[in-house]
Design a protein around this ligand. Structure first.
Ligand code: SF4
Length: 391
């Protein structure tokens, strides 16, 4: 149990069970159940237990920590990085029997696709999903393709899917000759896609798609249309689809999507001389108002290269910004907005879940294994391999 322990005799509501990671959210691509009793968060031996379990497993386990994870989890990561770097790292460790992925569900799926059949990928809490990935379901994307076929444009469309999507969406992308991209290589992916077809279907993050198309590919906002999966025909006419160069899926990150132009204006008043650096998952007008835009890896390198005494306002997930501020005491590093908070699903992976997962492995049980269907995995792999082959 966690600190949200239920009172004896009180029946848990579905929401309470979901918050405890023990109930399925039917609208979500994240997992189904979180079996087993977790150690309480107040247990003073948690750090020692995690260390002992990790030492007992030795080279049999490889722990990956996404940049947005809590400090208490990052402390046990063998490697940290963004979703793509972590998937690559997992693939580069064929000797590791267990890959414990401290991140969210779609990342663990990608790691399963890229690792060998004898390696088990474990997600310490199956309720660690991603609201953006959830915004494009397999059924919705198949329906969208039917709309493109009916409009007579499907043959001209190349799908480009952000890494932050379920394995089913990556498989769809592979089946239709498209590629996966990350926030670091989105421009290269679009350059490749426009060499292959006249139009791109970009999913599921409208902001990364729009920001890359307009800022780096020379397209205009009028070249982009927004496909809303909750409206008939995506809310678009066949003529709009025929005229568009970029068909953006109506999805967004619930963390980055909350930064506003007011956040930028306010921080410029609050911190004189500040450089505003934001992630491309932020809205277009926020990116336009910022000084620099780039992926998490870009943000980390920009701070490393910055001169002492410089001031930075960072628009990305709070755990990372706090660590950057601690790592650069000679610089002023502030969070772009006073109200935006952590990614709640990333934060589901905490020390109790990590200890529980590691101790289960020591006991000879594999908890919360993420397994992608082999056919789906092969199609997703084709789209991931295409990304790796991008010029
Ligand atoms: S920060 Fe945004 S994109 Fe990343 S896992 Fe959280 S909701 Fe998903």
């Amino acid at each position: 149990m966690t600190e949200l322990e239920l009172m004896p005799g009180v029946e848990a509501s579905p929401l309470a069970l979901l918050l405890l990671g023990r109930q399925r959210d039917p609208d979500s691509e994240r997992g189904v159940d979180c079996p087993g009793d977790l150690p309480p968060a107040s247990d003073p031996t948690l750090v020692a237990r995690a260390r002992a379990a990790k030492d007992a497993l030795g080279d049999r386990v490889f722990v990956l920590g996404h940049h947005y994870q809590r400090d208490e989890v990052i402390a046990f990561a063998d490697v940290t990085g963004d979703s793509f770097k972590l998937a690559q790292q997992a693939a580069a460790r064929p000797e590791a029997e267990f890959v414990v992925f401290c991140g969210v569900h779609f990342m663990a799926e990608s790691a399963d696709v890229l690792t060998g059949p004898d390696q088990a990928v474990v997600l310490p809490d199956l309720a660690a999903g991603c609201s953006m990935a959830d915004m494009a379901t397999f059924e919705q994307v198949e329906e969208c393709w039917d709309v493109l076929v009916e409009a007579g444009v499907a043959d001209d469309v190349v799908p480009v899917s952000y890494m932050n999507s379920s394995a089913a969406i990556k498989a769809f992308t592979g089946r239709h000759g498209g590629t996966i991209c990350t926030s670091s290589n989105a421009a290269r992916a679009l350059t490749w896609a426009y060499g292959k077809g006249e139009k791109v279907l970009f999913l599921p993050d409208q902001h990364l798609g729009r920001n890359t198309a307009v800022r780096e590919m020379g397209l205009t906002l009028d070249d982009c249309v927004l496909y809303d999966p909750h409206k008939p025909g995506g809310g678009l006419t066949a003529q709009q689809l025929r005229d568009a160069r970029m068909i953006l899926w109506k999805g967004h990150c619930s963390v980055h999507g909350r930064f506003t132009v007011d956040s930028v204006r306010e921080v410029r008043e609050r911190v004189p001389g500040v450089t505003v650096l934001v992630h491309p998952e932020c809205r277009h007008e926020v990116v336009e108002a910022a000084d620099l835009v780039g992926s998490t890896e870009f943000i980390i390198k920009a701070l490393e290269a910055a001169p002492a005494g410089s001031a930075w306002a960072i628009g990305t997930e709070l755990n990372l910004v706090r660590r950057l501020a601690q790592a650069h005491p000679d610089k002023t590093v502030v969070f772009l907005d006073r109200t935006v908070c952590f990614c709640s699903t990333m934060n589901r992976i905490d020390l109790p879940h990590l200890v529980w997962a590691l101790e289960e492995l020591v006991a000879g049980r594999v908890p919360n294994r993420i397994v992608v269907d082999p056919v789906e995995a092969a199609q997703a792999r084709a789209a991931l391999d295409q990304m790796l082959a991008l010029p």
